[in-house]
Design a protein around this ligand. Structure first.
Ligand code: HEC
Ligand code: HEC
Length: 465
């Protein structure tokens, strides 16, 4: 370890670096720049394929140790498109004899010193941390293959979460310009093949051109023509909406471009693009100040792990600010949240429409739970700020899981809670599977000591947002 990343952590990073050798590319783990490939594509591919069963088994073991991944739908509660049920219950596993109530009664220091924090609350590693890169869920791979004949499948890894823990596919699409139309997706996944027919007559020419660009594949670190790609056939690349499927998310993930070394980079769960019109800062860490900036830099750098040097060799697309970026941004800015008929214009529940439990949940949200201090109802349940939740008060940073070092998250953007039932898994890295998990997480982090009834009420309330 040549650079000190975090006082007190370097030893752990050395350990992580050493353990990288077992299941990794031949990449030195602590360099800033990605080296040029040193071995033939066929040899790297053969090695990757041979390692894949072990890589996947290792991740499955990690997930099963952390979570109850079973398919337990909440009776009668569907996501906004009405095709996928919302999953029920707390899924982070507790140690034997532990209870959430018991944990919440202890001080952060006591939980840390006695090593009692459930590991499912810790940052979640990428399926193959040492390599990283974009990983798409099976449903997306299949549908893009069917419609476009473009292959989003990597040969070194598969998506690691079961379908029932990911968002509805395809998700409905709501436009701010046409609330009266409701879902305009016609139940289709929007692609370069069908977007014109689906949107013709309901969006402007400028929005249509933006949409076309959002659906056009461009090279990306693992999906391109060069020999260090991770797809079998040379690839045209990926599109924005391969991840932001129908402008929501499909739970595709990659590694943050914003952190080095490799072992310290955190997993990034795709965010929904619904309601971007109200968001003032973009990215969990980057805090870019406009949709235009994020749109431009997503392709220029995030697609390439924040490595502009590697990008040039692979055929980076440098979108023109006036003629392309502005139109892509205009299209994104008309994507609405799903309807929340029980909310009034101030983001408060209408007592005539909401249930007693939802109203009780709102009282907890505004009061004892302190949620509204950051998730402000009037501004789409965000505050356009980043906050350091300081989870590391509860654990000793530096432990390594599947080649990722558990480091403090630092300040992260407050994500919106509008349409939150449609966007599992939760937090920037997707470490929490259900809304009930997020309630336990915040109850500990904020020290709010909620009762079981209050927790249930909060979940019921969030389902109404
Ligand atoms: C690998 C899947 C993937 C692809 C492809 C992708 N994104 Fe993203 N996008 C993400 C992830 C993950 C985030 C969250 C980033 C973070 O939290 O730092 C994100 C965040 C965003 C945001 C900011 C949302 C917010 O307010 O925080 C915008 C805007 C965005 N993407 C637009 C685009 C555009 C435009 C493209 C195409 C040029 C694109 N994305 C391609 C995964 C993807
Ligand atoms: C101090 C500010 C703050 C408070 C108070 C707060 N949150 Fe959050 N919330 C955040 C931040 C920051 C994130 C993003 C954290 C991350 O991704 O690591 C977040 C994320 C979430 C998410 C996941 C969003 C997503 O898209 O993945 C949910 C759900 C949530 N909060 C619910 C709550 C509830 C319920 C409460 C009250 C019990 C609460 N929050 C209190 C700041 C706060």
């Amino acid at each position: 370890m040549r650079r000190v990343v975090n006082a007190g952590i370097p030893c752990a990073l050395i350990v992580a670096a050493a353990s990288l050798s077992a299941l990794s590319d031949p990449l030195p783990p602590d360099t800033t720049y990605r080296p040029l490939p040193a071995r033939p594509f066929s040899a790297v591919k053969a090695d990757d394929e041979a390692q894949k069963p072990r890589v996947m088994a290792r991740q499955r073991a990690l997930l099963e140790e952390r979570y109850d991944l079973s398919d337990r739908a909440m009776p009668g509660t569907m996501m906004s498109g009405g095709i996928k049920p919302v999953q029920d219950g707390v899924r982070v596993k507790l140690a034997k004899d532990q209870t959430w109530q018991g944990l919440a009664e202890m001080s952060p220091g006591e939980i840390r010193d006695r090593n009692l924090l459930p590991i499912g609350l810790l940052p979640l590693p990428h399926v193959k941390q040492a390599t990283g890169g974009q990983v798409f869920p099976e449903e997306e791979i299949r549908e893009i293959g069917r419609q476009e004949g473009r292959d989003l499948r990597r040969f070194d890894v598969d998506f690691d979460l079961p379908d029932h823990l990911t968002p509805e596919f395809p998700s409905p699409i709501f436009l701010t310009t046409h609330p009266e139309l409701g879902d305009v997706s016609r139940g289709e996944l929007l692609t370069i093949r069908n977007y014109y027919e689906i949107m013709n007559g309901i969006i402007t020419p400028v929005q249509m051109e933006g949409l076309r660009l959002l659906l056009t594949p461009f090279p990306q670190e693992e999906f391109n023509q060069t020999e260090d790609r991770k797809v079998a056939a040379q690839s045209l690349g990926v599109t924005c909406l391969d991840c932001h499927a129908n402008f929501n998310t499909n739970a595709a993930f990659h590694l943050t471009p914003d952190v080095r070394p490799q072992a310290a980079r955190f997993r990034l769960d795709t965010t929904s693009l619904r309601g971007l019109f109200n968001q003032q800062i973009h990215g969990s860490k980057r805090s870019l100040r406009s949709v235009e900036d994020f749109t431009e830099f997503e392709q220029r750098t995030a697609y390439f792990n924040g490595d502009h040097v590697s990008a040039t060799r692979k055929g980076v697309h440098l979108p023109d600010r006036t003629n392309q970026v502005a139109m892509m941004a205009q299209m994104q800015n008309i994507i609405d949240f799903p309807p929340a008929p029980k909310l009034d214009p101030f983001g408060r529940l209408d007592p005539a429409l909401a249930s007693g439990q939802e109203l009780a949940g709102e009282r907890v949200f505004m009061g004892k739970g302190r949620c509204a201090q950051c998730h402000v109802p009037q501004t789409s349940f965000m505050d356009n700020n980043m906050h350091d939740l300081k989870l590391e008060r509860f654990y000793k940073p530096g432990q390594t899981f599947n080649d990722m070092v558990e480091l403090p998250d630092g300040p992260i953007k407050t994500f919106t809670l509008r349409g939150i039932k449609d966007t599992p898994p939760y937090l920037h890295d997707g470490r929490l599977m259900t809304l009930a998990d997020t309630v336990e997480f915040f109850n500990l982090v904020l020290g709010t000591k909620l009762t079981q009834d209050e927790k249930n009420d909060l979940v019921a309330y969030m389902l109404a947002l």
